[in-house]
Design a protein around this ligand. Sequence first.
Ligand code: AMP
Length: 222
Amino acid sequence: MYVVLIGPQGSGKGTQADRLAPKHSLMKIATGDLFRAEIGADTALGKRVKQYLDQGELVPDDVTLSIVEDRLKVIDAGDANGAVFDGFPRTQGQAEGLDHALEHRDSSINLVIEIVIAEKSLISRLAGRRVCSQCGRVYHMEFQPPAVDGRCDVCGGSLEQRADDTEEAIRRRLSLYRQMTAPLLDYYGSRGIVREVNGDQLVDHVEAAIDDAVAAAIAELE
Ligand code: AMP
């Protein structure tokens, strides 16, 4: 099963992908996390993409698609039942590339969840966001604080603010979302696989709404 989470930065996609993936043995494929890991490890790919991330610009489609293809190969090896995509696809070219990659595997996107959220909520969400430097789990100082200040509940890693959670980069990312990513809802909408979930509610309630949408999609598969 392949699920895409679409929503602007700060809508809670990462948190929800973390919660959804283990319930159905899905691999979470978050391209932003994958790029940050490459930058952290100072690989050739990391060096190539760093500037895009720092400025809130999109990494070129060919680079993004190849990092996703690598993850799909891990799924092919039998390590998961599919994937939940977080922050991917972000452009029409990526959506088409993903369709091709899944067609080769006799699969397709089963469900696209749009997390709908008022734009005024986003800036405060992003400003309060903290990410575990070791495992990538996402917290919020106000809405989802860790048990121990500054430490990840899961692995004890230190929580940090992302370099691109600055006001300028956030504005650029939101504008790219509106221009490039939101139109994908029409691309998938014509297939009847988009479900809207209200992202302006407690994290647990968003999770429950996503669980319902996934259960309905699974029932359709059977
Ligand atoms: P995110 O963690 O999803 O907010 O992504 C952080 C940054 O990584 C973005 O601002 C882009 O620079 C880059 N990035 C992540 N996913 C993609 C993607 N699907 N296409 C292009 N760039 C991406």
